[in-house]
Ligand binder design. Structure first.
Ligand code: MN
Length: 501
C-alpha cells in the first residue's frame, strides 16, 4: 500500500464535447458529387470539390433538414436565419483553401438532453450549438515515399458539429454522452454511426477546478482532437484529468495559463501529446461566404421536420420501463437499435403479452442473431431474422395461454427460423410440443418422478430447510419425465397433493 505525505486536493472535472457527425446524404454539402465511403481515391470529386476557378457552391437541402432533425432531438432552438462563413484552412486536403462552416449564426442554437447514467439516474447536458460545415479530404503519408498523397473523396462531405456546455463530469459520462448521441443519430437515420469509418469524431475539452489550501484553481482547458472510438474518449479523458492534476501538483505556485491548448491522443501509448497552444477564433479569419445566401427558415419548415422526428431512444426506454414494466437493462437492450424496437412494438400492438415477448426477444431471438453473425465485423440484429411480428405475437400468446412451455417456445422459435412461413401453433403441434393437460397422464409422470427420487421426498417431508428446494427439484423431474410437455401449473398441483398424502 502506498502512503501519501500530503492530502490530495479535492477537484471537480469539467468536460465539454465537440462532436463531428458525417451526415448520410446522397450528395455532398455544396455540390452534387457522390457522398459515399470507399471507391477509388479521388473518384468522388467534381470541380467544386477540386476548388477550380469559376465554380459556385449550392446548399444541400437534405443536409440542412438532417441537421435540423438532430437539433430538434437535442431540444435546440432552430435559427430563423443562418449563414455560411469561410474558415481559413491551408492544408492540401481542402483545395480551395477554406472550409465553409457557420461562425456566428449556427443553424441550431442552445438545447439540452437528459442523459441516462449508469446508476439509473440521469443528468442534464446542455447543448451550446450545432452547425453545418464540410469535411476535408485525407492526406496519406506512406512509408518510403517522399511525397504525401491526397484523397479528396471525403472532402465536402456534410458534417454536423455539435458543441456541448462543460456539463460532463467524468470520463464515463463523456463516453455515455457519445454513445447516446450515436444512438440518436442512428434512430433519426441521419448517420450510420460507423465509428471505424469515421462517421463520428469526438473532441473533449477538459479542465479541472482544484480546491486547495482554501482556493479554487482552474486548470487551462485542453482539447483532445479527433477521437474515433468510445473507448478512446474514456481513456483519453482519464489520462488528461490525471495529467492536469499532476501538472498542478508539480508546480502549484505557477498560475495556470488561461489559453487553450490542443492535444492528440496516442492510443498505443495511452497518452495525450501537445499539438498546438493558444488557438483562437481570429486565427481562422472567418468571414461570410459571398457565394452563399443566408438561409431564412420558416416556422412551418421546422414544424414539418419536427413531425418527422421519431420517438427517440431515451423516451422509448422510459416507455418500455413505465408502460411495459421492463427492467432498465431489458429496456436498454430492446431499444438499442430502432429496427429491433420497431419490431417489438409491432408485435406488442398485435396483442403479444409483453413479458413473454420480452423473454422471446432477449432469449432465443438474441441468441440466434448473435450466432448468425459469422465474424466480428458483421452485426445481425433480431430484426434481421426471418421471424415476423405476427409470428412473435402468436408464439408469445401460445406461451401465455399455456399451449406450450417457455422451453418449448425456444424450439418452436428455432423451427420458425428454418421455416419462415410456419405458423407457431402448427409448428408446436408438428414438433409434438403442445402441452398435455391430461390429468391421468400428468399423474403418471408425477408418480414416475417420485419413484425415481426417494431422497428428495424424504427431504421434503423431514427437512424444513430443504423443503422448497426439493419441491423445485421434483417439479423439474416431472417436467423432464414429460419431455417438457406437461403443464407446469397442473404438475405443481398434483405433486403437492401426492407429497401431502
Ligand atoms: Mn468543425
Amino acid at each position: 500500500m502506498s502512503t501519501t505525505t500530503a492530502a490530495e486536493p479535492q477537484y471537480k472535472v469539467l468536460i465539454g464535447m465537440e462532436i463531428h457527425v458525417q451526415l448520410a446524404t446522397q450528395s455532398k454539402m455544396f455540390t452534387g458529387a457522390a457522398n459515399g465511403f470507399g471507391g477509388d481515391p479521388n473518384s468522388q470529386v467534381d470541380p467544386v470539390i477540386l476548388g477550380l476557378p469559376g465554380v459556385l457552391p449550392v446548399i444541400n437541402k437534405r443536409a440542412v433538414e438532417m441537421a435540423m432533425m438532430v437539433g430538434l432531438a437535442l431540444n435546440c432552438q432552430i435559427a430563423a436565419q443562418t449563414k455560411w462563413d469561410r474558415k481559413s484552412y491551408y492544408y492540401p486536403d481542402l483545395p480551395k483553401n477554406y472550409q465553409i462552416s457557420q461562425y456566428d449564426q449556427p443553424l441550431c442554437g442552445a438545447g439540452s438532453i437528459e442523459l441516462p447514467l449508469a446508476d439509473g439516474g440521469s443528468k442534464t447536458v446542455r447543448i451550446r450549438r450545432a452547425h453545418l460545415e464540410e469535411d476535408a479530404g485525407k492526406l496519406l503519408h506512406e512509408a518510403g515515399m517522399t511525397e504525401s498523397l491526397v484523397d479528396l473523396n471525403r472532402a465536402g462531405t456534410p458534417l454536423l458539429e455539435i458543441v456541448t456546455e462543460p456539463d460532463l463530469t467524468s470520463p464515463e459520462e463523456a463516453r455515455l454522452f457519445g454513445e447516446e448521441l450515436r444512438r440518436i443519430c442512428r434512430y433519426l437515420g441521419v448517420s450510420h454511426g460507423i465509428m471505424q469509418q469515421g462517421h463520428m469524431r469526438f473532441e473533449p475539452n477538459i479542465n479541472l477546478h482544484i480546491y486547495h489550501h482554501g482556493k479554487t484553481i482552474k486548470t487551462a482547458i485542453t482539447e483532445i482532437k479527433n477521437l474515433n472510438s468510445f473507448r478512446a474518449v474514456e481513456r483519453a479523458c482519464s489520462y488528461e484529468i490525471q495529467r492536469q492534476l499532476a501538472e498542478y501538483l508539480a508546480h502549484p505556485e505557477v498560475m495556470p495559463s488561461q489559453g487553450k491548448s490542443t492535444r492528440g491522443w496516442d492510443d498505443d501509448k495511452g497518452m495525450t501529446l501537445l499539438q498546438r497552444e493558444k488557438e483562437e477564433a481570429h486565427d481562422y479569419r472567418y468571414f461570410p461566404d459571398p457565394d452563399l445566401v443566408p438561409l431564412h427558415i420558416a416556422p412551418r419548415w421546422v414544424e414539418a421536420i419536427r413531425s418527422g422526428v421519431v420517438e427517440l431512444p431515451i423516451a422509448r426506454r422510459k416507455r418500455y420501463q413505465e408502460v411495459f414494466g421492463m427492467s432498465a437493462k431489458e429496456a436498454f437492450s430492446l431499444t438499442e437499435e430502432r429496427a429491433v424496437a420497431d419490431l417489438f412494438d409491432r408485435a406488442a400492438s398485435l396483442g403479444a403479452p409483453v413479458r413473454r415477448l420480452t423473454n422471446l426477444f432477449l432469449g432465443p431471438a438474441a441468441k440466434m442473431a448473435n450466432e448468425a453473425a459469422t465474424d466480428q465485423a458483421t452485426t445481425v440484429l433480431i430484426s434481421d431474422l426471418p421471424v415476423t411480428a405476427e409470428q412473435y405475437a402468436r408464439l408469445a400468446q401460445l406461451v401465455e395461454t399455456g399451449g406450450i412451455s417457455a422451453t418449448s417456445a425456444v424450439m418452436v422459435f428455432e423451427h420458425l427460423i428454418k421455416h419462415p412461413e410456419a405458423d407457431p401453433a402448427q409448428a408446436a403441434e408438428q414438433l409434438g410440443l403442445m402441452q398435455i393437460r391430461d390429468q391421468n397422464q400428468t399423474e403418471a409422470w408425477v408418480m414416475q418422478a417420485l419413484a425415481a427420487n426417494p431422497q428428495a421426498i424424504s427431504d421434503y417431508k423431514n427437512n424444513p430447510k430443504k423443503k422448497q428446494a426439493s419441491l423445485g427439484f421434483l417439479r423439474g423431474a416431472v417436467m423432464k419425465a414429460s419431455q417438457g410437455k406437461a403443464d407446469p401449473k397442473l404438475v405443481g398441483e398434483i405433486l403437492e397433493a401426492k407429497l401431502k398424502a
